[in-house]
Design a protein around this ligand. Structure first.
Ligand SMILES: *[C@@H]1O[C@H](CO)[C@@H](O)[C@H](O)[C@H]1NC(C)=O
Ligand SMILES: *[C@@H]1O[C@H](CO)[C@@H](O)[C@H](O)[C@H]1NC(C)=O
Ligand SMILES: *[C@@H]1O[C@H](CO)[C@@H](O)[C@H](O)[C@H]1NC(C)=O
Ligand SMILES: *[C@@H]1O[C@H](CO)[C@@H](O)[C@H](O)[C@H]1NC(C)=O
Ligand SMILES: *[C@@H]1O[C@H](CO)[C@@H](O)[C@H](O)[C@H]1NC(C)=O
Ligand SMILES: *[C@@H]1O[C@H](CO)[C@@H](O)[C@H](O)[C@H]1NC(C)=O
Ligand SMILES: *[C@@H]1O[C@H](CO)[C@@H](O)[C@H](O)[C@H]1NC(C)=O
Length: 453
């Protein structure tokens, strides 16, 4: 594995572009690109990028940007935000002046500077609530959901390939990518993992910082583990006294070594899915110690996983974050809607299909860009290919947007058959823009090409 990634890096290195002003040979030159015109104002097509600096979104954004600039011929402006907050994107697309101010987004009905946002998760409760709120600001709605980006995004407990392999090749083998192998009544999975007490606890949040999770009551309801559910995380189950940083599952609370499972936190307070991990540990009798990596400015999460390696960790795919250890998911029973609806998280979390969302104004200003986005579907394989490319470029030159752009460009050059069908015909007529056929009182579907665009 190490050798083949090194070979890949070398091949990629030979293809780095010095200039990234244009990617495709047939690119419409810079000076012929146009702005969006609406009611006397002229502006580039604006993209609100919710997760600046994450390849699984930045590479698709770059693919869209390149096609809009070089094939459709519009100027593009990408506004990269780092927070991953979906709600901000909705307010930005609605033209609110302070989309990131939760107290007052300042939505005064101005035309928006941001027209497109990609790979938004709409199904969770908070996103859905803000989406509806923004839609109600105007008759007919402010936003348009143009459908799935194509790939599924899945979160769950993962394990590195090398730990997995050691489990499989042991004289007393265990298949560590299957939840049943962690059943403490029959197996000793902990022998393949780091001792949690050896992990640097300064990189972890104290339990009391994350035990306020609003889902915490679901833990007691689903497991009946009264000892493990305590608003104060009292001593016994949070290892190490009042300053404890590890929550111990019932099956290893006494007389047994726990194996470490690590999750991240988003702002030094909110842990990522701790209750899901706790429930799975209790229900499937997994001997886990749960620790939450602190986040102050940057996350200690990656450092923890990459340093100790023989740990379980909560993360999502597709992603290149942990590519060096080729992680795989630990499989649990298939997603069970009834159980999750009732707060029981024993089965796999539901996968999400991230979506393209645009401002309603896009239809009038750049109907061809809107149609192209609607057709733009990326499979997980496509996404992985462009992310890998970007990631290996980033390793050599830490300019994130350059790496994402170059990865997207390489993919575009090699996959014309995938994206050519996304491009609307130059002669297509869009509502309000075509010639009007007076006798038949309808827009013609195709017009003669008078030099459009
Ligand atoms: C167009 O601009 C004028 C003047 O700025 C404004 O009064 C009007 O409401 C705008 N119309 C639309 C549809 O935005
Ligand atoms: C929200 O912010 C805008 C612009 O900063 C301001 O004019 C408005 O009064 C504020 N509204 C509230 C309710 O604070
Ligand atoms: C969604 O959020 C609302 C308001 O906070 C809450 O009443 C409702 O129970 C939540 N629904 C789910 C499925 O979590
Ligand atoms: C826990 O279960 C009790 C009894 O079934 C119910 O009243 C309560 O709402 C449940 N709490 C949560 C957070 O699901
Ligand atoms: C939590 O801690 C507070 C003060 O430290 C104490 O008064 C309370 O009884 C504790 N609650 C539980 C459930 O242990
Ligand atoms: C980060 O936060 C943790 C826990 O809140 C704290 O112990 C640590 O000192 C902080 N690290 C930095 C570099 O600020
Ligand atoms: C889902 O969970 C419910 C409640 O526990 C159970 O009755 C049902 O059989 C489960 N469905 C599947 C497909 O396992």
């Amino acid at each position: 594995m190490a050798q083949s990634s090194m070979a890949m890096l070398l091949i990629v290195a030979a293809h780095i572009r010095i200039s990234w002003s244009s990617c495709l040979q047939e690119a419409i030159p810079l000076e012929r690109r146009k702005n969006l015109i609406r009611n006397g104002t002229s502006q580039p097509l604006g993209i609100w990028n919710v997760y600046g600096q994450k390849f699984q979104v930045d590479t698709p954004v770059a693919v869209f940007q390149i096609l809009v600039e070089e094939v459709l011929g519009y100027n593009v402006f990408v506004d990269s935000r780092g927070t991953g907050n979906m709600a901000h994107a909705f307010y930005a697309l609605a033209g609110c002046e302070q989309p990131e101010n939760a107290q007052n987004q300042s939505c005064t009905g101005r035309p928006t500077k941001h027209h497109v946002s990609m790979a938004l998760h709409l199904s969770n409760n908070i996103s859905a609530r803000h989406f509806d709120k923004v839609q109600r600001m105007k008759m007919g709605g402010m936003l348009e959901d143009l459908g799935s980006v194509g790939f599924v995004s899945q979160s769950g407990i993962q394990i590195s390939s090398s730990t997995l392999q050691r489990g499989r090749e042991s004289s007393d083998p265990l298949f560590l990518d299957d939840f049943r192998s962690y059943d403490s009544r029959f197996h000793s999975p902990e022998r393949f993992f780091q001792d949690f007490r050896d992990i640097d606890k300064n990189l972890l949040l104290p339990c009391r910082a994350w035990d306020t999770d609003p889902e915490m009551p679901f833990y007691f309801n689903a497991t009946g583990d009264a000892e493990g559910f305590n608003v104060n995380f009292s001593r016994a189950e949070c290892f190490g006294g009042g300053d404890g940083r590890w929550w111990l599952a019932p099956s290893c609370r006494s007389n047994r070594r726990c194996l470490p499972c690590i999750t991240g936190s988003s702002d030094g307070k909110w842990a990522i899915y701790p209750v899901e991990i706790m429930q799975k540990a209790a229900i499937w009798r997994m001997p886990l110690a749960l620790g939450v990596a602190h986040y102050n400015g940057s996350s200690a999460f990656k450092e923890l996983v990459m340093t100790y390696r023989d740990v379980l960790f909560m993360f999502w795919a597709p992603s290149v974050e942990f590519i060096e250890i080729s992680p795989v998911f630990v499989r649990f029973p298939n997603f069970n809607f009834t159980q999750w609806y009732n707060g029981i998280m024993a089965s796999t979390r539901q996968g999400e299909y991230p979506r393209h969302v645009v401002s309603n104004e896009l239809m009038a200003m750049a109907p061809d860009a809107r149609v192209m986005l609607q057709r733009m579907k990326l499979s997980s394989e496509d996404l992985n290919r462009m992310m890998l490319r970007s990631y290996s470029l980033y390793a050599m030159d830490p300019c994130f947007s350059c790496a994402a752009w170059n990865g997207a460009c390489a993919w575009l050059e090699n996959n014309r058959n995938v994206w050519m069908p996304w491009i609307p015909q130059k002669t297509a007529c869009f509502a309000g823009q075509g010639m009007y056929d007076a006798p038949q009182l309808q827009n013609l579907e195709i017009r003669v090409d008078f030099g459009y665009p």
